[in-house]
Design a protein around this ligand. Structure first.
Ligand SMILES: NC(=O)c1ccc[n+]([C@@H]2O[C@H](COP(=O)([O-])OP(=O)(O)OC[C@H]3O[C@@H](n4cnc5c(N)ncnc54)[C@H](OP(=O)(O)O)[C@@H]3O)[C@@H](O)[C@H]2O)c1
Length: 288
């Protein structure tokens, strides 16, 4: 049995689906077991990463855990790891972030996202549990933040259109996770995962247009306009708005991301393109 946290999310949902397709017994941890959508054969169990005691039943009888971390600090991580350790799990695969820098101590990471994920990684490494860490680059799924604008018209307004990112399909992160959860040979590995191309935000909008057969264009807007739009968006956490915009501002002046071939090395299949990701999610951009 493998426990998948964040099972209703971008990556956890794919991990769950890919494990279920292989016939692996899977348990989905969620705060909403009655409403979460699960693949056939998966069982849902209530658990909250903010409350370590709630994980006791979820981890019972589980041999591996896919662990995502939804908070902006390490918070209850130590308590969560204690619960997992008591149940003698053989593998923990952590969804971390490509923002974590190699070398510096967690608190010396330059970005807030890198700092909090680095601290979570440190706790896992010190827990004595067998671990694998995934450090993915920017999720292609972030383009869903533009879905409302694209359903409504042909313009995507946003700041920092020249920021370059190595957009990564959640199915590729999940495919690497599935190998690490089910095979030997990944213990203590820290995998930097990227998509196959570096694309600016304006370039991403162009590719979305190509894939959908629509004349989409990027329209540069001010940071403040974007800030107000995100704050008004109920589906976007207010606490992440400035973190995101500060991150983009820093990326604008940083070297472009370095691509890795780790997805292919681990899974045997090259990372999917952003164009493919759009085709896989075309429905989200289509007017309803
Ligand atoms: N977006 C990026 O570009 C990027 C890049 C690198 C790394 N990351 C990292 O990837 C992670 C996000 O992954 P994702 O996009 O797959 O997630 P997501 O789609 O945002 O899904 C969030 C999931 O977190 C679960 N969740 C939220 N609070 C929870 C809690 N208190 N206890 C248990 N579960 C909780 C929710 O489950 P329920 O509501 O069902 O309980 C939901 O399924 C973050 O750690 C982020 O830093 C993101």
């Amino acid at each position: 049995m493998i426990l998948v946290t964040g099972a209703g999310g971008n990556v956890g949902g794919q991990v769950l689906a890919q494990l279920a397709r292989r016939g692996t017994a899977v348990r989905a941890m969620t705060r909403s077991p009655l409403t979460v959508k699960l693949p056939e054969g998966a069982e849902a169990m209530r658990g909250d990463l903010a409350d370590p005691a709630s994980l006791e039943a979820c981890v019972d009888g589980v041999e591996a855990v896919f662990l995502m971390w939804p908070f902006h600090n390490a918070g209850p991580m130590a308590g969560i790891l204690e619960v997992i350790k008591r149940h003698a799990c053989r593998r923990v695969v952590l969804l971390s972030s490509g923002a974590v820098q190699d070398g510096p101590a967690p608190e010396r990471n330059t970005s807030p996202v890198g700092r909090s994920h680095a601290e979570v990684e440190r706790l896992l490494a010190e827990s004595g549990l067998p671990w694998t860490v995934l450090r993915p680059s920017t999720f292609a799924a972030n383009a869903l933040w533009w879905a409302g604008q694209i359903r409504a018209g042909d313009t995507v307004a946003g700041p920092y259109g020249a920021v370059a990112m190595a957009m990564l399909h959640e199915a590729d992160i999940a495919a690497v996770a599935v190998h690490a959860l089910t095979e030997d040979g990944h213990e203590r590995a820290c995998y930097r995962l990227t998509g196959p191309q570096v694309l600016t935000q304006a370039g991403q909008v162009h590719i979305i247009g190509q894939a959908l057969g629509r004349p989409l264009r990027w329209q540069e807007s001010s940071r403040e306009e974007a800030r107000q739009r995100l704050l008004a968006d109920d589906s976007f956490p207010d606490s992440f708005v400035d973190v995101l915009l500060d991150g983009y501002a820093a990326m604008l002046n940083a070297p472009a991301p370095t691509l890795t071939s780790t997805v292919e090395t681990v899974t045997g299949t090259p990372a999917r393109t952003f164009h493919q990701w759009v085709l896989d999610h075309a429905e989200a951009f289509t007017p309803r």
